[in-house]
Design a protein around this ligand. Sequence first.
Ligand code: ADP
Length: 650
Amino acid sequence: MLEIKDLHKRYQMGDVTVNALKGVNLTIEQGDFVAIMGPSGSGKSTLMHILGLLDAPTEGSYKVKGHEVSQMSEDELAVFRRDVIGFIFQQFNLLPRMDASENVALPLLYSEKRLDLEKSQSLLEKVGLGTRSHHRPSELSGGQQQRVAIARALVNNPLMILADEPTGNLDSQSEKEIIGILHDLNDQGITIVIVTHEEEVGQQAKRLIRMRDGVVQSDERRLPFKQNALEKQAAESKLSQIPLANVVQHFAQGIKTLAANKVRTALSVLGILIGVAAVVAMLAIGAGAQAAMQKELSSLGSNLLILRPGATRSSSGVRSDAGATSKLAQEDAADLKNNIANINNVVSTVNGRGQITFENKNWSTQILGTNPGYATMHASVPQAGRFFTDDENLSRSRVAVIGMTLVRELFDGKSPIGNMIKINKINFQVIGVLPTKGANGFRDQDDIVIVPLNAAMYRLLGKENVDTIEIEVSGPQFTSTAQDQILQRINTRRRVPEAQQEDAYQVRNMAEIQDALSSSTKIMSLLLSAIASISLVVGGIGIMNIMLVSVTERTREIGLRKAVGATRGDILIQFLVESIVVSMLGGVCGLALAWIVTTGLTYYANWPAQISLSSVVLSIVFSSGVGMIFGIYPARKASLLHPIEALRYD
Ligand code: ADP
């Protein structure tokens, strides 16, 4: 069954080479009960680890059931460890977070891809621990823990049990029980190889091998043994597939581990959560802004043209220092109205900011001065009160129409009509309240006071010129001709030199303005989400960090899992699943937070935000991707650990 020829094992410790095994020859038949004894340092454990496929020899041949071990792949070795050999350690090596029955069932996770707790219960009964199946290792005595470990070694019906000083940490009563169990198992046909210090234990074995200085010193047959034909094939075929059941099991295990480290898990989740929430909220605000803007602009219709001065340039295309910025005046508006065909209405506007005071309240807002025609052109006919008239404009009357934000901030939502407010310290009477428009992108459209153009120019803002002239044409079919005519008219009227005509004035229609605005909001929101996604990467690095700590902390656990038959793939999946669960959890919580934030913004600050389905999908995919990418390195690191080195790790 086991055949060893001229086996050597050397350990390199710095400059010193330790020859632990120096040419061991040994054959062990199926059904035998072999004890290996010898002084400390004689190479017994080293030999056992090689026999158990936990360690590889430096030189020589080792065959298990006719298979040359040095020619087996990592995964084939894992299958042999899982299906053929049961290993019992001096330190029991039970997983502390699992109860007895889960510990026993652990190897089944890698063979049957599920924790069959019924099977482990029946094995626990077999070793006399039927009533302790739900106790954790810390709640069991040493002898009981070793019996759990024996049950674990038996769970895959091995052909052979290797026990490395199984009673080394036990009292004599427990020792008797454990040795008794091993003898029973041998009676059932299982091959037993045991390393022991106890002469008495050695004497009970059917064959006693003594080692000294890395070689077999004596080999004594003490009792006859029953050769048997216990047969078992290592099920290599089970390996290649990763069935769904396997992933589900790893998922359940991953969640359990994460739940056992709540604070750590919560902190890693937090990293991803903030990233996802930021990205989703930014995209939502951007999308909302764009939608609101489009709605507003389209409500203005496609008949509106806006004329504004542009900076004049020299013929070389460089801004000229002569500084002749083109100007617009009310007379230009009148001229256009009288000379361009197919236009309904023309208004001029000036813009500025000002401090509004009512009683003891202050508010800084946008001041818009315009003609009365503005109200119909911009769907701004007051919902309460009225707009000012042409007469009031001409007489520079101090009357104002205010937006809802001002009503809320200065008048606590009460009707402001008839009250006197101060705009930049000048008294104005409120005569109307504008209809609510909500936010447009990052700007609150209700945060505005509209006053007559002349009052704004000469009383409030001290402007000689108007900022824009808005022209409403009678139908969309006239926009393009009107655009050309307006430009020509204003250039001629203002005697703009030919070379500068291209830049001196601009006439834009709504579609162009809409395009310009929405592309700038788009860029803005993409930029913000790009910045936000940096925090996702930071969150990913956080996960990687935690996973690396976790790999280091659980090195012994990884060693044990490998010793009971986990392949590299199993360990890789186990750790990957953990990091993906963390980051997906972060993704889902982040979405929830983004929803809360955007709903709050919409409700309290009137920012229209829209969480789109695509950003939801994107954030989930992205966050699990982050978990995957940043989990791969730690998971790979764990999967590459050598079983015996991992088990020795402190
Ligand atoms: P035993 O089990 O008989 O006490 P071991 O097999 O543990 O002996 O050790 C045999 C020799 O190999 C000892 O000299 C020991 O110091 C050395 N040795 C065992 N493991 C290692 C290791 N991982 N690195 C270096 N030397 C080791």
